[in-house]
Design a protein around this ligand. Structure first.
Ligand SMILES: Nc1ccn([C@H]2C[C@H](O)[C@@H](COP(=O)(O)OP(=O)(O)OP(=O)(O)O)O2)c(=O)n1
Length: 358
């Protein structure tokens, strides 16, 4: 008999089959009252749905392709960012969630998000999970997509003309299990275990190493440290222990009350390190562009020189010289096309990186 069978037999675990299944809004509230679920902060009116709870983003939005936090824009009463074509971003949620060992969940896309072109979300929430979530969202299209973080809405309250509302982007569906789970998950809150590995310095070209090697490295280290620091904060790293089978809900809420403030503090610093990296990348692209433009003048100079040497300069131009010019004229479109390709690819990179900065 394995340990799972033994435990189930020994403890004669209560069978929940009658109540097992999808939790409706009513069931979620009921389970919150019974101390089986905590969603914190909870905005019942805005985010509780008939079959789940909508989660909202923090400004900690990390691009996998660039290995940088994405730039956050704040105008027209909106706070938003862009997800570049074929990039995936990891978004930390504002809400911290705790569920007991007989509740599990799944994360699903919102139609409003996927119909803009974003890819589907489909991951799981283990029983006994505690903490915010790190949701990945990808852009499989070939155009950059706007991701709305929050917006100002007109308030009914006359003292406060506008209220700031976070825009939800993923739905958490909760389920009551037939039998409480036995196996304990081993994942730390916020999944900083995964993030630390992702924020590695990307491989750089020889030119970058020569011109920017140290600076580039130090900014990436700075960014990695910020992310490491958030993950190392004890209050995030250490979960709240149960006492006599009871989860300390007030302690959990107090802990995560401070969480958004802490994230904001570190995220602002990380954004500053981020901007330094993007500035360096843009400078690198400008240098590359200058080199390509200078190089593209070389064939033109060679062509003019040959024309002058074998043609204009001679009273009796040589047939070889003419042949060479005809040959060069024939291959010229291919040379132009090759340079245009290189030029376009560099321009594309710099436009993309400019986008992160503006
Ligand atoms: N988008 C998601 C989905 C889940 N989780 C949290 C809640 C889950 O309980 C926990 C584990 O999720 P996984 O499915 O990734 O767990 P595994 O242990 O199977 O995989 P791994 O640890 O290798 O990632 O991570 C999260 O932060 N963000």
């Amino acid at each position: 008999m394995n340990s799972l069978d033994k435990e189930v037999k020994e403890e004669k675990m209560e069978n929940h089959s009658e109540n097992a299944g999808f939790l409706s809004d009513v069931d979620i509230i009921d389970n919150i009252k019974k101390n089986k679920i905590v969603i914190w902060p909870m905005e019942e009116k805005e985010n509780l749905t008939p079959v789940g709870y909508n989660l909202t983003p923090t400004e900690f939005i990390f691009s996998i392709n660039n290995r940088l936090l994405v730039n956050i824009y704040n105008n027209n009463n909106q706070k938003y960012c862009y997800v570049e074509p074929r990039d995936t971003v990891l978004i930390l949620t504002r809400e911290a969630v705790w569920v007991s060992n007989d509740i599990a969940g799944t994360f699903h896309s919102k139609v409003g998000i996927v119909s803009q072109g974003f890819g589907h979300i489909s991951t799981t929430l283990d029983p006994r999970w505690q903490g915010p979530l790190l949701i990945s969202l990808n852009n499989p299209t070939n155009k950059r997509l706007k991701f709305l973080i929050a917006k100002n809405t007109e308030s009914n309250n006359s003292d406060d003309k506008f209220t700031f509302k976070y825009c939800s982007f993923v739905t958490l569906i909760l389920y009551k299990l037939v039998t409480p789970a036995y196996i304990k998950h081993d994942n730390p809150s916020c999944r900083f275990d995964l993030l630390k590995d992702i924020v590695k310095e990307p491989s750089t070209s020889l030119m970058s190493k020569i011109f920017f090697g140290k600076k580039y490295k130090s900014h990436y280290n700075e960014l990695r440290n910020f992310i490491g620091n958030i993950g190392d904060i004890n209050f995030i790293k250490l979960g709240i222990e149960e006492e006599n089978g009871e989860f300390k809900i007030e302690e959990f809420k107090n802990k995560y009350d401070k969480f958004i403030e802490t994230i904001k503090f570190y995220t602002d610093s990380a954004h500053a390190a981020n901007r330094e990296i993007v500035n360096l990348k843009n400078l690198k692209n400008r240098i590359k562009k200058c080199i390509v433009v200078s190089l593209s003048f070389l064939p033109l100079l060679a062509y003019s020189y040959l024309g002058w040497k074998f043609g204009i300069k001679n009273e009796r131009p040589s047939t070889d010289g003419y042949m060479m010019l005809i040959y060069l004229t024939a291959v010229a479109p291919f040379i132009v096309q090759a340079f245009t390709q290189i030029h376009n690819s560099i321009s594309r990179n710099s436009i993309k990186e400019k986008g992160e900065l503006n």
